[in-house]
Write a protein that binds this ligand. Structure first.
Ligand SMILES: Cc1ncc(COP(=O)(O)O)c(C=O)c1O
Length: 382
Protein backbone atom coordinates (compact mmCIF):
# COMPACT_ATOMS: atom_id res chain seq x y z
CA UNK A 1 0.00 0.00 0.00
CA UNK A 2 2.76 2.43 0.90
CA UNK A 3 4.98 3.77 -1.88
CA UNK A 4 8.51 2.39 -1.95
CA UNK A 5 10.03 5.87 -1.79
CA UNK A 6 8.17 6.57 1.45
CA UNK A 7 9.02 3.18 2.91
CA UNK A 8 12.70 3.52 2.10
CA UNK A 9 13.31 6.98 3.53
CA UNK A 10 15.39 6.48 6.72
CA UNK A 11 14.46 8.12 10.02
CA UNK A 12 16.45 11.11 11.22
CA UNK A 13 18.09 9.36 14.22
CA UNK A 14 18.61 12.54 16.21
CA UNK A 15 14.82 12.76 16.34
CA UNK A 16 14.71 9.24 17.87
CA UNK A 17 17.00 10.48 20.65
CA UNK A 18 15.01 13.67 21.09
CA UNK A 19 11.68 11.87 21.19
CA UNK A 20 12.94 9.38 23.80
CA UNK A 21 14.32 12.33 25.81
CA UNK A 22 10.93 14.07 25.66
CA UNK A 23 9.21 10.91 26.96
CA UNK A 24 11.70 10.73 29.83
CA UNK A 25 11.04 14.40 30.60
CA UNK A 26 7.31 13.72 30.78
CA UNK A 27 8.13 11.04 33.35
CA UNK A 28 9.95 13.68 35.44
CA UNK A 29 13.57 13.06 34.37
CA UNK A 30 15.70 16.18 33.87
CA UNK A 31 17.52 15.81 30.54
CA UNK A 32 20.30 18.06 29.19
CA UNK A 33 19.98 18.46 25.44
CA UNK A 34 23.25 18.39 23.54
CA UNK A 35 21.70 16.57 20.59
CA UNK A 36 19.57 19.31 19.09
CA UNK A 37 20.79 21.21 16.04
CA UNK A 38 18.90 24.41 16.63
CA UNK A 39 19.85 27.66 18.33
CA UNK A 40 18.75 27.97 21.94
CA UNK A 41 18.59 31.76 21.56
CA UNK A 42 15.36 33.63 21.15
CA UNK A 43 14.74 35.06 17.67
CA UNK A 44 16.06 38.66 17.62
CA UNK A 45 13.45 41.20 18.72
CA UNK A 46 13.67 43.25 15.51
CA UNK A 47 12.83 40.12 13.49
CA UNK A 48 9.80 39.37 15.65
CA UNK A 49 8.67 42.99 15.39
CA UNK A 50 9.04 42.93 11.60
CA UNK A 51 6.94 39.74 11.46
CA UNK A 52 4.21 41.28 13.66
CA UNK A 53 4.21 44.50 11.64
CA UNK A 54 4.02 42.53 8.38
CA UNK A 55 1.04 40.64 9.75
CA UNK A 56 -0.82 43.79 10.79
CA UNK A 57 0.10 45.51 7.51
CA UNK A 58 -1.68 42.69 5.68
CA UNK A 59 1.23 40.60 4.39
CA UNK A 60 -0.93 37.50 4.51
CA UNK A 61 -1.24 36.61 0.82
CA UNK A 62 0.80 34.73 -1.76
CA UNK A 63 3.93 36.49 -2.93
CA UNK A 64 5.79 36.20 -6.24
CA UNK A 65 6.80 32.55 -6.57
CA UNK A 66 10.51 33.52 -6.50
CA UNK A 67 9.90 35.52 -3.31
CA UNK A 68 9.43 39.22 -2.52
CA UNK A 69 11.72 41.32 -4.67
CA UNK A 70 12.79 43.40 -1.62
CA UNK A 71 13.99 40.23 0.12
CA UNK A 72 15.76 38.90 -2.96
CA UNK A 73 17.50 42.26 -3.34
CA UNK A 74 18.53 42.18 0.32
CA UNK A 75 19.97 38.67 -0.19
CA UNK A 76 21.97 39.93 -3.19
CA UNK A 77 23.29 42.90 -1.15
CA UNK A 78 24.26 40.46 1.62
CA UNK A 79 26.29 38.30 -0.83
CA UNK A 80 27.88 41.41 -2.37
CA UNK A 81 28.85 42.85 1.02
CA UNK A 82 30.01 39.61 2.62
CA UNK A 83 31.79 37.87 -0.28
CA UNK A 84 32.09 40.58 -2.93
CA UNK A 85 30.11 38.48 -5.42
CA UNK A 86 27.43 39.82 -7.65
CA UNK A 87 24.14 37.91 -7.72
CA UNK A 88 21.03 39.04 -9.58
CA UNK A 89 17.66 38.93 -7.76
CA UNK A 90 16.47 36.84 -10.74
CA UNK A 91 18.78 34.05 -9.61
CA UNK A 92 17.30 33.86 -6.12
CA UNK A 93 14.40 31.58 -5.18
CA UNK A 94 13.01 32.16 -1.68
CA UNK A 95 11.70 29.03 0.04
CA UNK A 96 10.15 27.93 3.34
CA UNK A 97 13.51 26.88 4.79
CA UNK A 98 16.70 25.48 3.29
CA UNK A 99 15.19 21.99 3.18
CA UNK A 100 12.57 22.85 0.51
CA UNK A 101 15.33 24.68 -1.41
CA UNK A 102 17.24 21.38 -1.48
CA UNK A 103 14.16 19.59 -2.74
CA UNK A 104 13.68 22.14 -5.55
CA UNK A 105 17.32 22.04 -6.52
CA UNK A 106 17.72 18.26 -6.73
CA UNK A 107 14.34 17.92 -8.51
CA UNK A 108 15.52 20.32 -11.20
CA UNK A 109 19.05 18.93 -11.47
CA UNK A 110 18.91 15.14 -11.29
CA UNK A 111 17.77 12.53 -13.77
CA UNK A 112 17.36 8.93 -12.62
CA UNK A 113 20.82 7.49 -11.87
CA UNK A 114 22.64 10.85 -11.76
CA UNK A 115 25.30 10.93 -9.09
CA UNK A 116 25.95 13.52 -6.41
CA UNK A 117 29.23 13.38 -4.50
CA UNK A 118 29.00 14.06 -0.79
CA UNK A 119 31.33 13.69 2.16
CA UNK A 120 30.98 10.93 4.74
CA UNK A 121 30.12 12.10 7.41
CA UNK A 122 27.54 14.56 6.04
CA UNK A 123 24.27 16.23 7.08
CA UNK A 124 21.92 13.31 7.68
CA UNK A 125 19.16 14.32 5.25
CA UNK A 126 21.25 14.91 2.09
CA UNK A 127 21.05 11.33 0.77
CA UNK A 128 17.29 11.29 1.32
CA UNK A 129 16.77 14.34 -0.91
CA UNK A 130 18.99 12.84 -3.61
CA UNK A 131 17.38 9.38 -3.53
CA UNK A 132 13.86 10.78 -3.43
CA UNK A 133 14.33 12.11 -6.97
CA UNK A 134 16.09 8.86 -8.03
CA UNK A 135 19.60 10.26 -7.86
CA UNK A 136 22.53 8.33 -6.40
CA UNK A 137 24.56 9.70 -3.46
CA UNK A 138 28.25 8.80 -3.81
CA UNK A 139 30.23 9.12 -0.59
CA UNK A 140 33.77 10.36 -0.29
CA UNK A 141 35.37 9.51 3.00
CA UNK A 142 36.81 12.43 4.96
CA UNK A 143 39.26 11.97 7.80
CA UNK A 144 39.44 13.13 11.38
CA UNK A 145 43.11 14.04 10.95
CA UNK A 146 42.17 16.40 8.07
CA UNK A 147 39.51 18.03 10.25
CA UNK A 148 37.00 16.10 8.12
CA UNK A 149 37.78 18.26 5.10
CA UNK A 150 37.47 16.84 1.62
CA UNK A 151 40.68 15.87 -0.15
CA UNK A 152 40.14 17.16 -3.70
CA UNK A 153 41.99 14.15 -5.16
CA UNK A 154 39.53 11.77 -3.44
CA UNK A 155 36.68 13.63 -5.12
CA UNK A 156 38.39 13.46 -8.48
CA UNK A 157 38.60 9.66 -8.22
CA UNK A 158 34.83 9.41 -7.73
CA UNK A 159 33.84 11.58 -10.69
CA UNK A 160 32.16 9.59 -13.47
CA UNK A 161 30.09 10.46 -16.54
CA UNK A 162 27.05 10.39 -14.28
CA UNK A 163 28.36 12.87 -11.72
CA UNK A 164 26.05 15.87 -11.78
CA UNK A 165 27.18 17.68 -8.66
CA UNK A 166 29.58 17.83 -5.73
CA UNK A 167 27.98 18.81 -2.45
CA UNK A 168 29.94 20.91 0.03
CA UNK A 169 28.89 22.20 3.45
CA UNK A 170 31.30 24.57 5.20
CA UNK A 171 31.04 25.12 8.15
CA UNK A 172 29.77 21.60 8.35
CA UNK A 173 27.11 19.72 10.19
CA UNK A 174 28.08 17.42 11.94
CA UNK A 175 31.79 18.26 12.23
CA UNK A 176 31.79 22.03 12.82
CA UNK A 177 34.81 22.32 10.53
CA UNK A 178 35.52 24.55 7.54
CA UNK A 179 36.80 23.71 4.09
CA UNK A 180 40.00 25.68 3.43
CA UNK A 181 40.06 28.26 0.67
CA UNK A 182 42.63 26.23 -1.31
CA UNK A 183 40.62 23.05 -1.24
CA UNK A 184 37.44 24.90 -2.12
CA UNK A 185 39.15 26.54 -5.08
CA UNK A 186 40.45 23.15 -6.24
CA UNK A 187 37.00 21.54 -5.95
CA UNK A 188 35.40 24.46 -7.83
CA UNK A 189 37.63 23.62 -10.83
CA UNK A 190 36.02 20.18 -11.26
CA UNK A 191 33.46 20.20 -14.04
CA UNK A 192 30.24 19.06 -12.31
CA UNK A 193 28.11 21.67 -10.60
CA UNK A 194 28.98 22.49 -7.02
CA UNK A 195 26.13 22.60 -4.54
CA UNK A 196 27.22 24.66 -1.53
CA UNK A 197 25.13 24.51 1.62
CA UNK A 198 26.04 27.79 3.33
CA UNK A 199 23.48 27.60 6.13
CA UNK A 200 26.13 27.89 8.89
CA UNK A 201 27.81 30.92 7.35
CA UNK A 202 28.25 33.70 9.89
CA UNK A 203 28.82 31.16 12.68
CA UNK A 204 32.59 31.04 12.35
CA UNK A 205 34.94 31.66 15.29
CA UNK A 206 38.40 31.38 13.75
CA UNK A 207 39.42 32.14 10.18
CA UNK A 208 36.55 32.87 7.85
CA UNK A 209 34.18 31.14 5.49
CA UNK A 210 33.95 31.49 1.73
CA UNK A 211 31.00 31.32 -0.59
CA UNK A 212 31.40 28.98 -3.54
CA UNK A 213 30.37 31.92 -5.74
CA UNK A 214 33.80 33.48 -5.09
CA UNK A 215 35.32 30.63 -7.11
CA UNK A 216 32.76 29.57 -9.73
CA UNK A 217 29.37 30.52 -11.09
CA UNK A 218 28.63 26.89 -12.03
CA UNK A 219 27.22 26.50 -8.56
CA UNK A 220 24.05 26.42 -6.52
CA UNK A 221 23.98 28.05 -3.11
CA UNK A 222 21.65 26.78 -0.40
CA UNK A 223 21.15 29.10 2.52
CA UNK A 224 18.60 30.02 5.14
CA UNK A 225 17.72 31.96 8.25
CA UNK A 226 17.30 29.07 10.71
CA UNK A 227 20.75 29.00 12.28
CA UNK A 228 22.45 32.42 12.13
CA UNK A 229 19.29 34.33 13.02
CA UNK A 230 17.75 31.70 15.33
CA UNK A 231 14.66 31.46 13.11
CA UNK A 232 14.21 27.67 12.76
CA UNK A 233 10.45 27.71 13.34
CA UNK A 234 9.80 30.63 11.03
CA UNK A 235 10.87 28.50 8.06
CA UNK A 236 12.75 30.70 5.62
CA UNK A 237 15.54 29.85 3.22
CA UNK A 238 16.69 30.40 -0.34
CA UNK A 239 18.48 29.00 -3.32
CA UNK A 240 20.82 30.89 -5.65
CA UNK A 241 20.96 29.13 -9.01
CA UNK A 242 22.63 29.61 -12.40
CA UNK A 243 20.20 31.55 -14.62
CA UNK A 244 19.07 28.66 -16.93
CA UNK A 245 17.84 26.69 -13.90
CA UNK A 246 15.71 29.45 -12.42
CA UNK A 247 12.61 29.09 -14.59
CA UNK A 248 12.40 25.27 -14.15
CA UNK A 249 12.90 25.65 -10.40
CA UNK A 250 10.29 28.40 -10.31
CA UNK A 251 7.78 26.09 -12.04
CA UNK A 252 8.36 23.39 -9.43
CA UNK A 253 7.91 25.99 -6.67
CA UNK A 254 4.68 27.26 -8.29
CA UNK A 255 3.23 23.75 -8.55
CA UNK A 256 4.28 22.34 -5.20
CA UNK A 257 4.68 25.26 -2.79
CA UNK A 258 3.32 28.41 -4.60
CA UNK A 259 5.46 30.76 -2.51
CA UNK A 260 7.15 31.08 0.87
CA UNK A 261 5.24 32.62 3.79
CA UNK A 262 4.81 36.34 3.00
CA UNK A 263 4.98 37.76 6.53
CA UNK A 264 8.11 35.73 7.29
CA UNK A 265 9.76 37.07 4.15
CA UNK A 266 9.36 40.58 5.59
CA UNK A 267 10.98 39.32 8.80
CA UNK A 268 13.83 37.95 6.66
CA UNK A 269 14.61 41.47 5.38
CA UNK A 270 14.93 42.66 8.99
CA UNK A 271 17.16 39.67 9.79
CA UNK A 272 19.56 40.56 6.98
CA UNK A 273 19.59 44.28 7.67
CA UNK A 274 19.09 44.88 11.37
CA UNK A 275 20.51 42.01 13.41
CA UNK A 276 24.21 42.91 13.37
CA UNK A 277 24.45 43.29 17.15
CA UNK A 278 22.24 40.28 17.94
CA UNK A 279 24.32 38.06 15.67
CA UNK A 280 27.58 39.33 17.19
CA UNK A 281 26.27 38.60 20.70
CA UNK A 282 25.11 35.06 19.80
CA UNK A 283 28.36 34.34 17.98
CA UNK A 284 30.46 35.40 20.94
CA UNK A 285 28.42 33.20 23.31
CA UNK A 286 28.69 30.21 20.95
CA UNK A 287 32.43 30.78 20.83
CA UNK A 288 32.73 30.81 24.63
CA UNK A 289 30.78 27.53 24.79
CA UNK A 290 32.83 26.02 21.97
CA UNK A 291 36.09 26.68 23.75
CA UNK A 292 34.73 25.17 26.94
CA UNK A 293 33.13 22.05 25.41
CA UNK A 294 36.17 21.20 23.27
CA UNK A 295 38.52 21.48 26.26
CA UNK A 296 36.26 19.45 28.51
CA UNK A 297 35.54 16.69 25.95
CA UNK A 298 39.27 16.28 25.44
CA UNK A 299 39.77 15.99 29.21
CA UNK A 300 37.14 13.24 29.19
CA UNK A 301 39.22 11.34 26.64
CA UNK A 302 37.00 11.93 23.62
CA UNK A 303 38.94 12.29 20.39
CA UNK A 304 39.04 15.72 18.77
CA UNK A 305 42.03 15.85 16.43
CA UNK A 306 41.25 19.19 14.77
CA UNK A 307 39.26 21.66 16.83
CA UNK A 308 36.02 22.76 15.17
CA UNK A 309 35.81 26.47 14.32
CA UNK A 310 32.28 26.87 12.96
CA UNK A 311 28.56 26.03 13.28
CA UNK A 312 27.70 24.81 16.82
CA UNK A 313 28.85 21.19 16.77
CA UNK A 314 31.72 19.06 17.98
CA UNK A 315 32.17 15.64 16.38
CA UNK A 316 34.13 13.55 18.83
CA UNK A 317 35.61 10.10 18.51
CA UNK A 318 34.14 7.69 21.08
CA UNK A 319 35.31 4.42 19.52
CA UNK A 320 37.29 3.52 22.65
CA UNK A 321 34.00 3.50 24.60
CA UNK A 322 31.74 1.72 22.12
CA UNK A 323 31.65 0.81 18.46
CA UNK A 324 27.88 1.25 18.15
CA UNK A 325 27.16 4.97 18.42
CA UNK A 326 23.37 4.51 18.39
CA UNK A 327 23.50 2.24 21.44
CA UNK A 328 26.02 4.50 23.13
CA UNK A 329 23.87 7.61 22.60
CA UNK A 330 20.86 5.83 24.09
CA UNK A 331 22.92 4.48 26.99
CA UNK A 332 24.16 8.01 27.76
CA UNK A 333 20.59 9.26 27.58
CA UNK A 334 19.18 6.53 29.85
CA UNK A 335 22.00 6.53 32.40
CA UNK A 336 23.43 10.06 32.35
CA UNK A 337 20.30 11.89 31.17
CA UNK A 338 22.18 13.74 28.44
CA UNK A 339 21.04 13.75 24.82
CA UNK A 340 23.82 13.38 22.21
CA UNK A 341 23.56 12.40 18.54
CA UNK A 342 25.00 9.10 17.31
CA UNK A 343 27.64 9.57 14.61
CA UNK A 344 26.04 6.87 12.45
CA UNK A 345 23.24 9.38 11.73
CA UNK A 346 25.73 11.17 9.47
CA UNK A 347 27.04 8.26 7.42
CA UNK A 348 28.93 4.98 7.86
CA UNK A 349 32.18 6.82 8.46
CA UNK A 350 30.57 8.63 11.39
CA UNK A 351 30.09 5.33 13.25
CA UNK A 352 31.89 5.38 16.58
CA UNK A 353 31.65 9.17 16.91
CA UNK A 354 29.17 11.33 18.81
CA UNK A 355 27.95 14.78 17.83
CA UNK A 356 27.67 17.31 20.63
CA UNK A 357 25.73 20.50 19.96
CA UNK A 358 26.65 23.59 21.97
CA UNK A 359 23.41 25.35 21.12
CA UNK A 360 22.61 25.26 24.82
CA UNK A 361 23.59 27.51 27.74
CA UNK A 362 27.10 27.23 29.21
CA UNK A 363 25.49 26.26 32.51
CA UNK A 364 23.66 23.33 30.86
CA UNK A 365 26.76 22.31 28.92
CA UNK A 366 28.79 22.21 32.16
CA UNK A 367 26.10 20.12 33.87
CA UNK A 368 25.79 17.81 30.83
CA UNK A 369 29.52 17.18 30.75
CA UNK A 370 29.64 16.60 34.53
CA UNK A 371 27.01 13.92 34.05
CA UNK A 372 28.96 12.34 31.19
CA UNK A 373 32.08 12.38 33.38
CA UNK A 374 30.23 10.39 36.08
CA UNK A 375 28.89 8.03 33.43
CA UNK A 376 32.42 7.37 32.13
CA UNK A 377 33.69 6.86 35.69
CA UNK A 378 31.02 4.22 36.24
CA UNK A 379 32.00 2.52 32.99
CA UNK A 380 35.61 2.48 34.19
CA UNK A 381 36.67 4.71 31.29
CA UNK A 382 38.10 7.43 33.52
C1 LIG B 1 23.64 21.42 6.95
C2 LIG B 1 22.18 21.73 7.05
N1 LIG B 1 21.51 22.07 5.94
C3 LIG B 1 20.19 22.34 5.99
C4 LIG B 1 19.46 22.26 7.16
C5 LIG B 1 17.99 22.54 7.14
O1 LIG B 1 17.68 23.82 7.58
P1 LIG B 1 16.28 24.55 7.44
O2 LIG B 1 15.78 24.74 8.84
O3 LIG B 1 16.61 25.88 6.79
O4 LIG B 1 15.39 23.73 6.58
C6 LIG B 1 20.12 21.90 8.35
C7 LIG B 1 19.38 21.77 9.62
O5 LIG B 1 19.85 21.24 10.59
C8 LIG B 1 21.51 21.64 8.29
O6 LIG B 1 22.22 21.31 9.39
Amino acid sequence: MIAKRAQEIPPFLVMDVLERARTMEKEGVHVIHLEVGEPDFDTPQCVKEAACKALSDGHTHYTHSLGLLELREAICRHYQKTYNVSVSPDQVVVTSGTSPAMFLLFSALLEKGDEVILSDPHYACYPSFIRFVQGVPVSVRVYEKDGFQYRPESIRRKITKKTKAILINSPSNPTGNLLSEDRMRAIARFSPFIVSDEIYHGLVYEGHEHSILEFTDQAFVLNGFSKLYAMTGLRLGYLIAPQPFVRPIQKIQQNFFISANSMVQMAGIAALEKTGEDVARMRSLYDERRRYIVKRLKELGLGITVEPTGAFYVFANAKHIARDSYQLAFDILEKAHVGVTPGIDFGKNGEGDLRFSYANSLENIIEGLNRIEHYLHRLGEL
